[in-house]
Design a protein around this ligand. Structure first.
Ligand code: EPU
Length: 342
């Protein structure tokens, strides 16, 4: 078999992921055309090795033992306007594009729907997998369909928004059908004009403080970039994986009990589920800003862990255990890690 793909051997996972830790990956294959996907899975099959799909590496953490398999590095590029009915515009982006570049593309065209997801470090392909969202918007709300390679059927297929089953930080792509599909492109339909509805609290506060009244996509994008810069370390510069913990889902029946015990507890309704702000829970334990086993609990946003001097994954695991235990002891709530592991 002639393989034209770029294949590298024994690559440190630390170099491919923004948390910058972990052992070696046996093979890394760069996917620049959809045909490379077919070839890459053939290559893995021939070697009898498992695969792992990686985009920007901002939501994947490497373990010390490394990965004895094939990493498929998604570098599929291109953003196109597919349709325009005057009110809405349909845009398709290849999965290896940066989500922020797609946000910029749509904002330039005065489209609303993903401008609040500006400055998220991940790729377009990762967005539907974990229903990426920020400041009141999530990809599930504007998504039309996802193009993907089905590793079971060995064919290219289309998944509709309905089939993807979006919930808070969840879709079939990271739950029931985890690892079955390689996302190649994402299609969104966006509306012309201003962001609708009530704004996310910290975003509204920023606009108020700066006397900004308009709600154009470009204004919202600039505001989000400014708010994020003040709170969320840029993982390209500071080793982290963004939010290290998910907000904690609770049943509606638990809410009154929690509020009675902890009157200020921030609980939000996201879609159909109720979420307790994990950053607040961690801050209340007194761990915000602390250094645990080389991992820093960010002093600006407590659900972000920064790899300041952790020697290895075991250090991260020890820091995680300490934080999870502190929140469990104080609130009886169980924190869950947000990034994937390889
Ligand atoms: N809070 C604290 N202390 C903290 C951090 C937050 O008390 O140290 C409180 C805030 O005051 C607020 C609440 O917790 O009442 C929520 O905080 P924030 O608005 O900053 O958002 P978040 O729930 O902590 C989520 C996402 C972020 C996303 C922001 C903005 C998750 C796991 N995280 O954080 O996503 O940028 O909302 O929409 O859903 C990411 O996934 O990597 C990420 C950065």
């Amino acid at each position: 078999m002639i393989v034209y793909m770029k294949i590298r051997e024994n690559v440190p996972i630390a170099e491919l992921t923004t948390m910058r830790m972990g052992g070696f990956a046996r093979y890394v294959v760069e996917i620049t055309t959809v045909n490379d996907i077919v070839e890459a899975y053939k290559f893995a099959d021939e070697k009898g090795l498992p695969t792992y799909i990686l985009g920007g590496g901002s939501n994947t953490i490497g373990r010390d033992e490394g990965f004895d398999g094939v990493i498929l590095l998604n570098k599929l590029r291109g953003i196109d306007v597919l349709g325009d009915d005057g009110e809405t515009v349909t845009v398709q982006a290849m999965a290896g594009e940066k989500l922020d570049d797609l946000a910029a593309f749509t904002v330039e065209r005065d489209l609303t729907g993903i401008e609040a997801m500006s400055a998220i470090p991940g790729t377009v392909g990762a967005a539907p997998v974990q229903n990426v969202g920020a400041y009141g918007q999530d990809i599930g709300a504007v998504l039309v369909s996802v193009e993907a390679f089905d590793t079971e059927l060995r064919d290219f297929i289309t998944l509709s928004v309905k089939e993807l089953g979006f919930r808070y930080r969840r879709s079939i792509l990271n739950s029931d059908m985890k690892k079955r599909f390689f996302v190649t492109a994402v299609t969104v339909r966006l509306r012309r004009g201003e962001i609708a509805g009530e704004l996310y609290r910290s975003l509204q506060a920023y606009l108020d403080e700066n006397g900004i009244a308009d709600r154009r996509p470009a204004t919202i994008r600039d505001a989000v970039i400014a708010v994020r810069a003040g709170k969320i370390p840029n993982p390209m510069k500071i080793a982290s994986s963004g939010s290290f913990f998910k907000n904690v889902s609770v049943d509606e029946a638990e809410i009154d009990g929690l509020r009675a015990k902890f009157p200020n507890i921030p609980i939000y309704k996201i879609g159909e589920s109720w979420e307790v702000a994990a950053g607040w829970l961690i801050e209340q334990t007194g761990l915000k800003g602390q250094l645990l086993h080389g991992m820093r609990v960010s002093d600006k946003a407590a659900l972000i862990l920064i790899n300041e001097s952790a020697g290895n994954y075991a250090d991260l695991a020890a820091a995680r255990a300490a934080i999870v235990a502190a929140v469990r002891d104080k609130f009886g709530l169980e924190l869950e890690q947000e990034p994937e592991e390889i």
